[in-house]
Design a protein around this ligand. Structure first.
Ligand SMILES: Nc1ncnc2c1ncn2[C@@H]1O[C@H](COP(=O)(O)OP(=O)(O)OP(=O)(O)O)[C@@H](O)[C@H]1O
Ligand SMILES: [Mg+2]
Length: 224
């Protein structure tokens, strides 16, 4: 079943008097259990698209639905806190906190049900992603880039969401680490029934996806 459905989605940026359309009437449905990659030249609108489905930007025209309910009927904060997890190229962790604390913050902000023993749950989640307890108790700035990205993925998952969006998640890590992160995404999709959507410039990453969407001239070219 579709978890996110995009209907006639268009988006422009104002360029003086001119509306420059980056996305043009996109129609697409994303499902749980699949790992999607979005490719496209620099400036083709990948981040714009992800910001819209991640509710970081308001929809101008068309609709995005989460399990059939249009984003316009939600408070965008609710979508960000409770329905979708985001992972960024530069990790965006809170630098003066440990890995564990970064994950706990996400659990505190969400209105989703979180288990009572959330410290244990957070340690286990981090451990599942390859961050041992010793590392979980370290300031995130004292972790490697690849480790920080694992923490960011743990944080995205901590709220129990079904959808993970990632903007160039392997952009700052070496090839081996990129492979590990892609393996995590595949496992989340295939074994935990998450919908994972990652923007990437890497053909190696895209080769691992179930479905590749290439953004070109404001629309998707789909390769299954
Ligand atoms: N807030 C904004 N105001 C005006 N123009 C913008 C804004 N954000 C993005 N753009 C423009 O919209 C186009 C698409 O940008 P976007 O960031 O979505 O591209 P992208 O595909 O993610 O590129 P990259 O691969 O370089 O990250 C670009 O031409 C960009 O300059
Ligand atoms: Mg971008």
């Amino acid at each position: 079943m579709a978890v996110i459905t995009v209907k006639n989605l268009s988006h422009y940026y104002q360029d003086g008097d001119y509306r420059r359309y980056v996305l043009k009437e996109i129609n697409y449905s994303f499902e749980k259990g699949k790992f999607y990659c979005i490719l496209g030249q620099s400036g083709s609108g990948k981040t714009t698209f992800l910001s819209l489905i991640g509710a970081m930007d308001s929809v101008q025209s068309g609709t995005i639905e989460f399990e059939g309910k249009p984003y316009q009927k939600y408070d965008l904060n609710t979508i960000r806190r409770n329905l979708i997890g985001m992972v960024f190229q530069s990790y965006n962790l809170i630098p003066h906190m440990t890995a564990l604390e970064n994950v706990l913050v996400a659990m505190t902000i969400t209105e989703n049900e979180i288990p009572k023993d959330k410290v244990n749950v957070a340690y286990n989640l981090l451990d599942y992603l390859g961050i041992t307890k010793t590392k979980a108790d370290r300031l995130v700035t004292r972790l490697s880039g690849g480790e920080q990205q694992r923490v960011a993925i743990a944080r995205a998952l901590a709220t129990n969401v079904d959808v993970i969006l990632a903007d160039e998640p392997t952009g700052n890590v070496d090839e081996d680490t990129a492979e590990d992160i892609v393996a995590i995404f595949k496992k989340l999709a295939h074994e935990h029934n998450k919908c994972v959507i990652a923007v990437t410039h890497s053909p190696q990453v895209a080769a691992e996806a179930d479905i590749v969407l290439t953004l070109r001239k404001g629309n998707f070219i789909v390769n299954e």
